[in-house]
Design a binder for this molecule. Sequence first.
Ligand code: GLY
Length: 392
Amino acid sequence: MAQTFETLMKYPAADEALVKKALETAIGIVRSDLSVFTDHFPSSNSFQGFYEATENVEWTTGFWTGVLWLAYEHTDEEVFRQAATVQVDSFFHRIADKIDVNHHDMGFLFSLSCVAAYKLTGNEKAKEAALMAADHLAGRYREKGKFLQAWGSVGEASEYRLIIDCLLNLPLLYWASEVTGDKKYARMAENHIKTAVNCILREDDSTYHTYFIDMETGEPSYGVTHQGNRNDSAWARGQAWGIYGIALSYHYLRDDSYIRLFERVTDFFLCHLPEDLIPYWDFDFDTGSAEPRDSSAAAIAVCGMLEMAKYLDRERAEKYTGAAKRMLYALIRTCGNADPKQSNGLLLHGTYARDSAENTCKNRGVDECNTWGDYFYMEALTRSIADWEMYW
Ligand code: GLY
């Protein structure tokens, strides 16, 4: 079903009472998870509703620490601050000892754990860890093409590409420039987003997931998907990374050309939502499809719209806030976990990866919780009722 802003406005919007109740429920589940997930982290996705305990590996552990910081901000309870601080130590060791960091996801890992710790508690060790992570990410910047290489060894020909997800790693670089006074980090971030939007945004306002850059000339070469259904389709989470990533760069750069880009990627996302407003994992699928949903894409998009609305004129701010609150209502009602016996996660019905003829993925975390879905759900709830100072 093609949505328009008019059809979207007919859906119920999340009001303060509903959001507060959802937050209370979520924080209750987080509290009960603490005994397992303080010295360990939840796995990237749940298995039949339940996260397993892992070490501090993969790109996803920072989301849980971010959830703990949000719970601390809402409750002022020491138990959350203490658990998050234990995890900050783990992140310090992870970056100091370079454990599973041969990729670009330093922002996902360190903004929500260590930058948050520094902003909220002035933790100097957290600041040091986050700056080490920013330096590490800066090491992936490729002057030839002006982008941050996502995966693989730096400069490796078969991995000379950027991915849309990386837009969420840029705030770590903007923040590093702010705290050190060294503009090189922000310059890399700004160059990266310019290169990225230049090649991943298609004429119809959908986005490529990944884009190869010619190593010799530095020119954009060709786009392929990694987690989407087809090379030419719009992977729902990728489109959501685009929405929030552009809003975050706007926050730091205040370059008004990003307003139009934001509208383009966001309007595509909103206009392709199915009847119940929870996107399928790829926008190839619509109302009535048996394919799984990706609730995390909706939560990410809500955060992006609420962030960008702060900078838009009144009419546009109301439009995107209105859409965000309707999606949030749908998320709370259809994906918010209210029963710790069915899951130890917060947001049901996410999809980490789904295999298809054109992608290279195996099914993983299909119709499960995932840690980023939980984090962005908590952040979306928080943003919808408070003027929240972000960790990004
Ligand atoms: N950044 C990886 C993902 O969204 O699955």
